[in-house]
Design a protein around this ligand. Sequence first.
Ligand SMILES: [Mg+2]
Length: 348
Amino acid sequence: MRRRTDDALRTPGRHGPALVSDYRGVICDLDGVVYRSGRDIAGAIDALNRVVRSRRSIVFATNNASREPSTIGAHLQELGLVDGPWSVATSADVAAHHLAALVPPGSPVLAVGGPGVAAALDGVGLISVRVGDPAAGSVVAVVQGLGHEVTWRELAEVGYLARAGVPWVATNLDPAVPTDRGVAPGNGALVKVVETVAGVAPRSVGKPEPGFFATAQRMLGTPLEQTLLCGDRLDTDIAGARAAGIDSLLVLSGITDLQALASAPTSLRPTFVAPDLGGLVAPARRLLPARDEAIRLADGVPHAADVTDRQRVLEWVVMTSWAVVDSGGQLSDRGEPWRALARQLALP
Ligand SMILES: [Mg+2]
């Protein structure tokens, strides 16, 4: 495809077109990509503003169902995101649309999670009900999403209903969410608690389920081959993008570290990699398993003598690792050498 030149995407002193210039629309994850614990990740908003000013569309698509899209949008504006062709979709919206097709309008549905879960249900003409409400005894379905105030009583109620055969929809199954102190329990961890005692599993609608990407794609209105997904998780963002036939950029500012990416199986490998979202507006190469003579392997860990061009070295470290894995070789399973390499490359 011919690359478009674009003033908003040009960086003085940098050669080669920006990665995003080959695409018309971006599906962008939030936690670990744009912000962590509510604070923006360095360079992310600046890169997004340049994408917005280049008139490319962005749908911020998150598995985190705790907040309403309007609240998330206001937060992004507070962080400095300029107005433009962008919108927000959460897995709570996808769950609500899924249920609206299954049960009659006006049906009471138990909402467990943050305000985003209840708002999404009300938004499609269902009636959100909380544990303790008088109508809680007559719900026809239950939606479970992430919420920082979810209680034991709520988890117990989800279990009672699920065991009784009431349709149970999980907004997503991410086991963890990144915070500035490390990782904290995600919705998947709380779903597992219920699953363990109820002996049944929910229907999940979040990433990597194809319905989630179809919703984001509809909102964007761009064809698959002109859509790029940016995310920080291999098993949700990247797996889902691959299944949907969408190119993907993995950023290392969230859950996935260099070691996990290096040892990723084919089904979880992204099209591109970058330290952070700044990679959207910088040149990048398509990743494939390949060896480069500038990268030397020592004890199952790639090394580069010269890391001046850290994007290029990062790409070759990943591609060399994949080539080793694919030819039956072994990468080191020790964490420290990989962390040392990540520090050398100044990764987040
Ligand atoms: Mg994320």
